[in-house]
Write a protein that binds this ligand. Structure first.
Ligand code: HEM
Length: 393
């Protein structure tokens, strides 16, 4: 029998609970696989989420593209879906092509080579902090990943205010704004054309000119990929840095520990990804056939939501899960997902967060939160404070 979790899950989606959804997740886990009134299956326990992330009967492709109600921002503006929203074999081909200029084995140094610019960016932002109060989101956690993703892709930083406005309009509205997304696609298309004609040493140029065993991406695939990377680089790492900063401010012990032992930042960031992950749930899976799991059967075609953040605090998987403890023996977490869609940018996100926090900790001695809990972003999927106002001394 399948249990309804409708009212609980509505509470999770309700912005009034955004500051602390974790008690709701505890209740949700009592039904590992539950169903909502609209037929969506909500999965909240570690083992079941993990199993579904590795299950080829679970698809990431939009169900009915012909219906016009697309929730895939690429399709909305006539672009091919990014590899985030594709299944094999299309997903695997695009991911292989996108990986060649970014990571091992072909480009083992791309992320590591960003370290000096990353350190410069972090130090520059901290130098610009006013002496009394600072908003750690607007003045640190947001501009840092944006500058890094622009440096990586070869997107001129001077254009940032333009595409920030497009991305905001496209993603924060209740319904995606086609006009803003169209402008962003047009901008990236022009940039791709420029890089094809005159390649630089950035990643977009490498993607545009690469001739590997899979051939090249088409121009439209390139624009789709650039849009995915630009948005993923904008909207997730900001929350990892902000969620981490919030813990450092609430629990000064970790500031002291990190000052004494900077290497601690590695397990600190992993624990934030488990304890308060920026991507709380994945909402675009669908069953390709009946899937028996967790004492029920998800029927063919049913939409599936995987609540990664609930799985991360599953006591069956992690001892004393509601305690933030970077000293714990490392446990696997779902902060970057798992399976074939495991976060492509994870090595970069980790490095960014580690270097950002290492630079930030000394600047926070004596700092104090001015608003606790802070105001959160409206989204239940991408979790992070909208502002983090801090008195510096
Ligand atoms: C803390 C920061 C980040 C978090 C928490 C995060 C989280 C995730 C998660 C949970 C997924 C799985 C999506 C799914 O299964 O449907 C994912 C996929 C992805 N992420 Fe990230 N991400 C982060 C940073 C980044 C960055 C910086 C980039 C770009 C450089 C990036 C690029 C991607 C891409 C392209 C995918 C799709 C992979 C695929 O479908 O094969 N992410 N990310």
């Amino acid at each position: 029998m399948t249990t309804s979790v409708s009212s609980l899950f509505s509470a999770v989606l309700d912005p009034v609970n955004r500051h602390d959804p974790y008690p709701l997740y505890t209740s949700l886990r009592r039904t590992p696989v539950g169903v909502e009134a609209d037929g969506t299956y909500v999965v909240s326990t570690f083992r079941e989420i993990s199993a579904l992330l590795h299950d080829p009967r679970v698809s990431s492709v939009e169900r009915d593209e012909a219906a016009g109600g697309s929730d895939d921002i690429h399709r909305l503006v006539g672009l091919p879906p990014s590899f985030l929203r594709q299944d094999p074999p299309g997903h695997d081909r695009m991911r292989r092509l996108a990986m060649r200029p970014f990571g091992p084995p072909h480009s083992p140094h791309r992320v590591a080579d960003l370290q000096p610019s990353l350190e410069d960016i972090a130090a520059g932002l901290i130098n610009e902090f006013p002496s009394s109060t600072v908003d750690l989101v607007d003045q640190f956690a947001y501009p840092l990943p944006v500058r890094v993703i622009c440096t990586l892709l070869g997107v001129p930083l001077a254009d940032e205010p333009r595409f920030r406005a497009w991305i905001d309009a496209a993603l924060t509205a209740v319904l995606p704004d086609r006009g803003a997304l169209g402008d962003l696609a047009q901008y990236l298309g022009d940039l791709v054309d420029r890089r094809m004609a005159e390649p630089g040493d950035d990643m977009l140029s490498a993607l545009a000119t690469d001739d590997g065993p899979d051939g090249r991406m088409t121009r439209d695939e390139l624009v789709s990929t650039a849009m995915l990377l630009l948005i993923a680089g904008h909207e997730t790492t900001v929350n990892l840095i902000a969620n981490s900063s919030l813990i450092l401010l609430r629990q000064p012990l970790w500031r002291e520990r990190m000052l004494a032992d900077p290497g601690l930042v590695v397990s600190f960031v992993e624990e934030v990804l488990r304890f308060d992950p920026p991507v709380q749930m994945l909402t675009w899976r669908r069953a390709l056939s009946d899937i028996p799991i967790g004492g029920t059967t998800i029927p063919k075609d049913a939409p599936i939501t995987l609540v990664l953040a609930a799985g991360n605090r599953d006591p069956e998987h992690c001892t004393d899960p509601d305690r933030f403890d970077p000293d714990r023996r490392q446990v696997q977490h779902l902060g970057f997902g798992d399976g074939i869609h495991y976060c492509y940018g994870a090595p970069l996100a980790r490095l960014e967060a580690q270097l950002a926090l290492r630079a930030l900790v000394p600047a926070l001695s004596g700092a104090r939160l001015l608003e606790d809990p802070p105001q959160y972003r409206i989204s239940a999927v991408l979790r992070g404070p909208r502002h983090l106002r801090v008195a510096l001394s």
